[in-house]
Write a protein that binds this ligand. Structure first.
Ligand SMILES: Nc1nc2c(ncn2[C@@H]2O[C@H](COP(=O)(O)OP(=O)(O)OP(=O)(O)O)[C@@H](O)[C@H]2O)c(=O)[nH]1
Ligand SMILES: [Mg+2]
Length: 322
């Protein structure tokens, strides 16, 4: 049986409104640089001419949407202008939004937690400071609220502070954290955690790993070792390798995603710190360049600032008017 959320509860409208508000707040910087400029451009011009098209492209690039995604958006927009005989710039906005939505939609794929995997194992990976541990904590709460029993594994054994940071999240959410001493073998910690989660029949095990550069091959090998060792207990584990990408690095995120994907087989992405950047357009570049689901996005420090990626909500928040 496959289900995305255990408790199939209807999300109350007020809660949904609250999340949309947080999302809009989190995308403020990208909206200020990009969306507001585009809206002004479309409402301020009388005709659709080359100048307008060029200005639009500049806005797209300034938000780090990237060359490939910008070109595709522009080509599709030009096509629709001709096909639908649009000659009023004010009518372009809805067309642009719907083209953007089409680009993002394939990346909207929540993690499908399968009850046949007990536990379902998520492994968090990414460079230093991308937001892996914080995201682990927030995801824990998200899944708990949806009826799952969660366990955490402190496989970042480099620093004592890293273990403590995860333990704090564990205490906060009242979930067990399997940890060893600093310098312990991260694969051994992960193995122990999976064994324990299995015996306790928990639903979800999240393994927090140490930050590493995609160029450090010995550290990438360590991730491969974790995968190899836990697969001895469950041949299908890990069921999700979630790459956490920091949005503030803009286009560099593309290179990170490419190399992590090649090295260890990433199955999903989480894009954090969208609140700290005007480069939120990177979400489009990532959706365009990679055939990878964007599972979650982070738009702030609070727990509700980590949200499942929903393409419609993202566009709505990006162009929110107040
Ligand atoms: N503003 C903002 N800050 C975030 C977001 N996600 C994470 N952070 C912050 O980013 C910083 C680094 O987060 P960590 O979770 O410790 O990052 P990490 O990837 O585990 O780092 P290492 O373990 O050192 O590799 C923390 O101060 C987080 O609060 C986000 O969506 N928005
Ligand atoms: Mg960490």
């Amino acid at each position: 049986m496959v289900f995305s959320l255990k408790k199939q509860t209807q999300q109350p409208a007020t809660e949904k409104q609250g999340l949309l508000k947080r999302l809009a707040l989190g995308l403020q910087k990208t909206r200020a640089r990009f969306a507001e400029g585009v809206v002004n451009l479309f409402t301020g011009k009388k005709v659709i001419d080359t100048e307008l098209i060029e200005e639009l492209e500049t806005y797209l690039l300034s938000a780090d949407i990237g060359v490939k995604a910008s070109q595709e958006l522009m080509a599709e927009l030009t096509k629709q202008i001709h096909r639908k005989h649009i000659n009023d710039p004010a009518l372009l906005l809805d067309t642009l939004k719907s083209i953007m939505l089409t680009m993002l939609k394939p990346a909207e794929q929540p993690i499908l937690i399968q009850s046949s995997h007990q536990p379902f194992v998520i492994m968090m990976v990414g460079v230093n400071g991308a937001g892996k541990t914080t995201t682990t904590g927030k995801i824990t709460q998200y899944y708990q609220q949806n009826g799952y029993q969660v366990m955490l594994a402190a496989a970042d054994t480099f620093r004592a502070a890293a273990i403590e940071q995860l333990q704090t999240w564990g205490k906060r959410n009242r979930v067990p954290v399997i940890a060893q001493h600093t310098g312990a073998d991260s694969a051994a910690v992960s193995f122990d955690a999976l064994e324990s989660a299995k015996s306790k029949q928990l639903d979800l095990l999240i393994i927090d790993t140490a930050g590493r550069l995609h160029t450090q091959s010995h550290l990438m090998d360590e991730l491969k070792k974790i995968k190899r060792v836990i697969s001895k207990l469950d041949t299908s584990a890990p069921h999700e390798v979630l790459l956490v990408l920091d949005a503030t690095i803009g286009q560099n995120a593309l290179q990170q995603a490419k190399l992590f994907k090649e090295a260890i087989g990433v199955t999903g992405l989480c894009i954090t710190k969208l609140d700290g950047t005007a480069k939120g357009g990177i979400v489009f570049a990532i959706a365009k360049e990679f055939n990878l689901p964007i599972r979650f996005i982070g738009v702030g420090e609070q727990v509700t600032d980590l949200q499942p990626f929903i393409a419609e909500d993202f566009i709505q928040a990006l162009f929110a008017t107040s």
